[in-house]
Design a protein around this ligand. Structure first.
Ligand code: ATP
Ligand code: MG
Length: 451
């Protein structure tokens, strides 16, 4: 190991202490995996994992405060200097009978065996200050060349655990790396095995891919045929033409082009991924050969909800994505009233995200129309600020009459009452000056006379 590399790995104080205390007790101990990879790339690691020859009971004997986080798999959490460090005993994974998890884990005194069970060469390096970097699979070289390569025989490794197929895509997207040829071929061949993987684990890897700096590399999910297994709806929009005045790409390419243009928040990236997922089901061609997708917002929103439920997303994410997709094509006609109508549809919290979605959608379309739409979005944003400043009513909650006021004026409780409130809100969205109790009751009186 040369000096330069040694200085590039700056162990946090807590990690350095864990390694030193384990060594002083006669064990081997290393920082391992993602933290070594990220350090060598000059990036701040998210967290530091330690691997050691000490058995879990031995680890617990060395430190005052430990938690049995994953003791079955050899993981003990050490609390030290206010930090939590996961310390895992060197292990070999037992037989994978189901392509998901090893039947049992076997501890080993050999670091080399522990590194051999890890997924990719760039993730299979260990480091300890007194021993330097242990790199048995050419991880440093692959890092320098920008390559994701399986440790050992790729087909065996993806057969053992199919999740690694998505992990390869996630790391490649995150680091903007290529996937080594044999590794990629094995991913293609074995992608049907993703059907063995739990929805939660698939969700986490896909979200990692989508929130990476290169979400457009979701294209590779289809390249390896994994969409058939994990997102069959994608097949319905792949290659669907959009021969109309707005678009220059087929639906799937348009979607991929929009992805990088929203911030890397899971709900926003998932919104873009699914915002046009219903275009296959709504596709029609008119006599001039133009493609139309009437009602695709609604169909896409329904499909997105089903997909996200299947992937066991939380309700809050599902609600936000569904709402944003449902209204992603909302028409702002330049008037403040249309901005108030949009606000009434999605709510204040999702209004700015909606504009971000619309902007990204625009940036994924034909360049010719972009300036016009971006200017229109800018205008909506300014009108929104004005509406906020004026405190205009955009929800039933802020309406100057309540259901009880209408009941006092002779309305009966029930469905019709709700419709009346809705109609009054519509009127106020058109003309905010109407939001006074007397004016609204007068309006209500007029409505009753007409009926
Ligand atoms: P991140 O920065 O995303 O956390 P990471 O490399 O730390 O990246 P983790 O999922 O935290 O990834 O896993 C830690 C390490 O454990 C990896 O670097 C790798 O060595 C190993 N590992 C994790 N999952 C697998 C797997 N499915 N198969 C083989 N090795 C794995
Ligand atoms: Mg990690």
């Amino acid at each position: 190991m040369n000096e330069r590399e040694a200085t590039r790995i700056q162990l946090p104080r807590a990690v350095a202490a864990v390694l030193r205390l384990l060594e002083e007790a006669g064990h081997e101990a290393y920082a391992v995996g993602g933290c070594v990879r990220d350090s060598l790339l000059g990036k701040e690691p998210k967290d530091w994992d330690v691997t050691t020859s000490a058995l879990p009971q031995e680890v617990k004997a060395v430190f005052h405060r430990t938690l049995d986080t994953g003791i079955k798999h050899g993981t003990v959490t050490v609390r030290i200097f206010g930090e939590s460090i996961e310390v895992t005993t060197f292990r070999v994974d037992g037989v994978y009978e189901d392509g998901r998890h090893p039947k049992d884990v076997v501890f080993t005194p050999s670091l080399a065996e522990d590194l051999a069970r890890r997924d990719f060469t760039i993730n299979a390096m260990a480091y300890a200050p007194r021993r330097g970097i242990v790199d048995l699979y050419g991880g440093r070289e692959d890092l320098a060349r920008g390559i994701v390569r399986a440790v050992g025989e790729p087909r065996e490794r993806f057969t053992e655990d199919a999740l690694r197929i998505l992990r390869a895509l996630r790391f490649a997207a995150r680091l903007d790396f290529d996937i080594e040829e044999k590794t990629f071929a094995a991913m293609k061949e074995l992608s049907p095995r993703l059907s063995l993987i739990s929805a939660e684990r698939i969700r986490e890897e896909l979200t990692g891919l989508l929130t990476s700096p290169h979400p457009e590399r979701f294209a590779q999910v289809r390249e390896i045929g994994a969409d058939k297994v994990i997102l069959p709806e994608w097949e319905e929009i792949a290659g669907v033409p959009q021969n109309n005045r707005f678009h220059c790409y087929p639906v799937d390419e348009h979607i991929l082009a929009t992805l990088p243009h929203v911030p890397p928040e899971p709900y926003l990236r998932w919104t873009m991924l699914l915002h046009d997922i219903g275009k296959g089901r709504t596709h029609t061609v008119d006599e001039d050969g133009h493609d139309h997708f009437y009602g695709h917002g609604k169909v896409s929103a329904q499909m997105a909800e089903e997909i996200l439920r299947r992937l066991r997303f939380d309700n809050d994410t599902i609600d936000r994505v569904r709402t944003l997709i449902l209204w992603h094509d909302f028409h702002f006609d330049g008037t403040p009233a249309s901005v108030r109508r949009g606000l009434a549809k999605v709510g204040e919290d999702l209004f700015e995200p909606l504009l971000q979605v619309m902007r990204a959608d625009t940036l994924g379309k034909d360049a010719a129309g972009q300036a016009f739409y971006l200017a229109a979005i800018g205008q909506v944003r300014a009108q929104h600020a004005q509406i906020l400043a004026e405190g205009n009513c955009v929800t039933l909650k802020d309406l100057a009459v309540t259901g009880n006021d209408l009941i006092a004026a002779g309305e009966k409780p029930g469905k019709h009452l709700g419709e009346v409130l809705g109609a009054l809100l519509e009127a106020v969205l058109e003309d905010p000056s109407l939001n006074e109790k007397e004016k609204l009751l007068a309006l209500y009186g007029g409505m009753r006379e007409k009926e």
